[in-house]
Write a protein that binds this ligand. Structure first.
Ligand SMILES: [Zn+2]
Length: 340
């Protein structure tokens, strides 16, 4: 039993009822943050508590990730693309070295976290030496601007895009700005990147942070044809978002991601038009809006809720076995140009 979650009978029953009969025999997860305690222990408590996700994130090494996957999905062969956690206060270089080493040992496919102020030549040298398949930049790495206002070319400057384009590599984009995927400037920047850097595989994380259908609907409307972009499903649980994604985005451009290290607590999520509300039974400081003890006792691991939501949507949309296998990993291998 791993210390990450209190895995009980409720979880076993949920897995056997909702997941085991439908989960594919292989998963390649496009979105996992891995690091060691020494890389993050200097982050002040205040920053950890500043956002719900950082408070409930675990220190998760590469080995831990595989151990979690074995426990959560015992019948499934699991591989993943791994990258550092995105805290400006963490040891980003140390994490990049660690991720590269894990990649070298064949335990994950590594992406490099970049900071916007880093010297492009040095980045390129380390990128090639580490045999990374892409970059994972982050809006929160821009100093002096809140991530609610950071544009794509501010957190990933053009010189860094050029490195990726030269080497035909990938970028995992967690977009900033308050309106997320619905933001007209974000869409404009994405279209600019697609045109200017045609050899970069652009993965839009969290379906553009569309945790509610509102953002995806507006964003896809502004974008027009989403060809040429990949979208990961990381941390998306809302069934209506999956309905929209499966109806409007080419299925071969949708990639399963878990965001492991964050979503290992027990709970559920509710939504209104633009916000989501997490409910959990774990003792996080944000856990103030609680349901009855009976309801809380029935919660399962949040990653299971996400998995069920995807599998249900696949059934509703009548996806074929090969389309399912695609979303659960083959599309990612193609997008990242890897053959693992
Ligand atoms: Zn993430």
């Amino acid at each position: 039993m791993l210390p990450f979650f209190d895995y009980t009978e409720v979880d076993t029953i949920f897995y056997e009822q909702h997941i085991a009969p439908r989960i594919p025999s292989k998963i390649f997860d496009v979105h996992v943050h891995i690091f060691q305690k020494s890389h993050v222990e200097m982050i002040p408590e205040k920053s950890v508590k500043a956002h719900w996700a950082s408070e409930c994130a675990h220190v998760l090494t590469c080995e831990d990730t595989h151990a979690c996957a074995r426990e959560l999905y015992p019948d499934t062969e699991y591989g993943f693309a791994g990258f550092p956690t995105a805290s400006p206060e963490a040891d980003t270089k140390g994490m990049n070295n660690y991720v590269a080493k894990m990649g070298y040992e064949g335990k994950c496919v590594p992406l490099m976290m970049v900071r916007p102020e880093w010297d492009p030549e040095e980045i390129e040298r380390e990128f090639l030496a580490g045999d990374f398949v892409g970059f994972k930049p982050y809006p929160g790495m821009v100093k002096g601007i809140s991530s609610g206002e950071v544009g794509i070319f501010e957190f990933l400057p053009h010189e860094q895009w050029e490195i990726l384009n030269r080497h035909k590599k990938s970028v995992m984009l967690h977009i900033g700005r308050k309106e997320r995927f619905a933001d007209a400037e974000n869409i404009h920047d994405l279209l600019t990147a697609r045109e200017k850097y045609p050899d970069v595989t652009i993965i839009i994380a969290h379906l553009g942070r569309s945790y509610n259908p509102y953002y995806l609907r507006i964003g896809l409307g502004k974008m027009g044809n989403p060809e040429g972009f990949y979208f990961d499903t990381t941390a998306v649980v809302n069934p209506d978002v999956y309905d929209m994604a499966f109806a409007k985005i080419p299925l071969q451009n949708i990639l399963y991601g878990s965001d492991m290290h964050v979503l290992l607590w027990h709970g559920k999520r509710e939504w209104d038009e633009r916000n989501y509300y997490n409910f959990t039974r774990e003792n996080f400081s944000w856990n103030t809006n609680r349901k009855s003890p009976e309801e809380e006792a029935a919660y399962t691991i949040f990653l299971y809720e996400q998995m069920k939501s995807i599998l249900d949507a696949m059934d509703r949309h009548g996806l074929s076995e090969s389309q399912k296998i695609g979303i659960f990993g083959e599309n990612t291998k193609y997008a990242l140009r890897i053959n693992t």
